[in-house]
Design a binder for this molecule. Sequence first.
Ligand SMILES: C[S@@+](CC[C@H](N)C(=O)[O-])C[C@H]1O[C@@H](n2cnc3c(N)ncnc32)[C@H](O)[C@@H]1O
Length: 197
Amino acid sequence: MRPRHIPSILQFTKLIWQQFAASWEEAGTKAIVVDGTVGNGHDTLFLAKLVGEKGQVYGFDVQESGLTNAQERLEKADIAERVTLFHAGHETVAENLPDGTAVTGAMYNLGYLPGSDHAVITRAKTTIASLEALLPVLTSNGVVTVHIYTGHEGGTAEGDAIQAWAATLPWKEFRVGRYDFPNKELNKEHLLIIEKL
Ligand SMILES: C[S@@+](CC[C@H](N)C(=O)[O-])C[C@H]1O[C@@H](n2cnc3c(N)ncnc32)[C@H](O)[C@@H]1O
């Protein structure tokens, strides 16, 4: 296949995070990052590498099978000690993070886990509850990425609700960016990028 010049949503998400991580290095930030949807741990591993030895990742998922795979993946890469996994919904983020934790950034990769129970999907109510709990403890210049998929039942309504919620965030406190392919015919996806000022 010929190379494309417009990055895919996954590539663009990684670019945002890599650019963000470069700023931690410059500022000497000890990054504390939340993975709101661990699944099989591909993104958790990516984040654990980015935060480096001094950093910390807190991961959440409601499916134990995925968390077991994620733990194995992190152990294989020898960076499991940088990661704390919670078998809990991301809406419990405020209860589960250690008291006083300031979060540098967070990633949510919504929808269902491929190869797993497709009935276990993220939902607008709990995703928004998690984001609302997280934004107050996000540091200044902290970034949250939310990858929205619409290809499953309820996915479009979930995506619409999250985008409508994000559009209400006050401009003086947050910037909300969006990256997507308006001409994608099926299974539309959107990447929301929220930065706290
Ligand atoms: C698209 S998958 C995530 C893929 C994952 N980031 C990876 O690298 O494999 C979405 C995940 O969200 C999880 N999920 C659904 N509801 C959740 C909730 N309330 N809190 C946390 N995770 C949830 C599902 O179990 C599923 O593993």
